[in-house]
Design a protein around this ligand. Structure first.
Ligand SMILES: C[S@@+](CC[C@H](N)C(=O)[O-])C[C@H]1O[C@@H](n2cnc3c(N)ncnc32)[C@H](O)[C@@H]1O
Length: 358
């Protein structure tokens, strides 16, 4: 039986029962504890372990294998890794269980949204997903982004927990979109959000540029369907389409601004290269491509602990392409792929961005 539903701010559909919401709040607490009280100590622990290593070997750790061995044997790091992985698994399990209790209602909601506006959604029930999508459950999400029809709902609640409250009401997406630079001539009539997932940046772009034509594309049908439902809830006219970033169905020079948040680390290198060429094609001369990615790993200043955390998510969090992406010379790839300038900038949203000019 459905009891009174707990209230959550923003557009996130609440858990079906109060008990489920409590369980999910507990997991969010475990994750916040892991990040704030445990992970935050890893740098200091590494300094100690590296100093001991240097005394024993007459040199500091020299290879990533040595760094990893040192950190892997630290009990605090072991506890951090266990808490991280288990809370991730419990998060998906809890979110899927709560929405399953009213699956028929949520599916009907999606079907009605498919036929409604403002804005539009295009998706193809016969879409054939490429092997690199089919082969993995990204972030350990059962069924990944594309298999479960309710994957958009599940992703929304899951990432609310993942961001430990910092993205409630899309706060993080709105701050990043607000901080995104625009073309030098100030003209922003058409915007493309790639790998838009549930459209949190996409709707934030529409809110920032109400007169612009705004598109969000994602390879996964459940993501764009839920993104469209969410945009309707917000009363925003945004267009969503199921589309591969490396195979865009837009004319040359159509967009002034393109944006991708946390997309590239989920693509194999050949697909990264193809995507860059496609974005360069659909941007007009002088158009900008704004890319936000990880903060755990700074390619300009790679630290042993940053590499360790990156290796962990690559192996343990279902992000198989993350390591290779972070070790790619991404600015050079953008220049080779059709952008005449590409640089890293600090933004006042707290996350660095890469900005490439067409
Ligand atoms: C980590 S999520 C991105 C988060 C999202 N941009 C946000 O603001 O929350 C990565 C998204 O990229 C999508 N994706 C993966 N490969 C893609 C591709 N080749 N083309 C378009 N979207 C892709 C996934 O379906 C997923 O929704």
């Amino acid at each position: 039986m459905i009891s009174k539903r707990p209230l959550i701010s923003g557009t996130l559909p609440p858990a079906t029962e109060v008990d489920d919401a409590s369980y999910l709040a507990f997991i969010e607490g475990v994750r916040a504890f892991t990040l704030q009280q445990v992970e935050s100590q890893i740098h200091a622990r590494y300094q100690q372990a590296a100093a001991t290593f240097a005394r024993q070997h007459g040199r500091p750790p020299a290879t990533f294998a040595e760094v990893r061995a040192l950190l892997d044997q630290d009990p605090l790091v072991q506890a951090r890794n266990r808490l991280w992985r288990s809370s991730q698994e419990m998060m998906w399990e809890g979110v899927i269980a709560t929405y399953r209790k009213r699956e028929a209602e949520l599916l009907a909601e999606l079907e009605e949204a498919d036929r409604s506006g403002p804005g539009t959604v295009q998706w193809d029930p016969n879409f054939v997903y490429p092997d690199y999508v089919q082969a993995y459950e990204i972030h350990l999400q059962p069924g990944s982004y594309h298999r479960a029809p309710l994957a958009g709902y599940i992703y929304h609640y899951g990432t609310k927990i993942f961001f430990t409250g910092r993205n409630d009401g899309d706060a993080l997406h709105r701050a990043q979109v607000q901080a995104a630079p625009i073309p030098a001539d100030g003209q922003v009539r058409c915007i493309l959000d790639l790998g838009c997932s549930i459209g949190q940046s996409t709707t934030a772009f529409k809110a920032r540029f109400p007169a612009a034509e705004v598109w969000g594309i994602d390879i996964a049908a459940p993501m764009v369907r839920y993104a469209h439902k969410r945009a309707i809830d917000l009363g925003l006219e945004v267009h969503f389409a199921q589309m591969a970033a490396e195979q865009l169905r837009f004319p040359d020079g159509y967009f002034d601004l393109a944006h991708a948040f946390l997309l590239f680390h989920e693509l194999p290198v050949p697909v990264i290269r193809q995507t860059i060429r496609e974005v360069a094609r659909v941007l007009r001369p002088g158009g900008l491509f704004v890319i936000y990615e990880f903060v755990v790993y700074n390619p300009d200043d790679p630290s042993p602990v940053g590499e360790y955390l990156l290796d962990f998510i690559t192996r343990e969090n279902g992000e198989p392409f993350a390591w290779d992406f972070c070790h790619l010379d991404f600015l050079a790839e953008l220049r080779q792929g059709g952008f005449h300038d590409a640089q890293r900038i600090q933004t006042n949203a707290g996350r660095p961005a890469v900005v490439a000019t067409r």
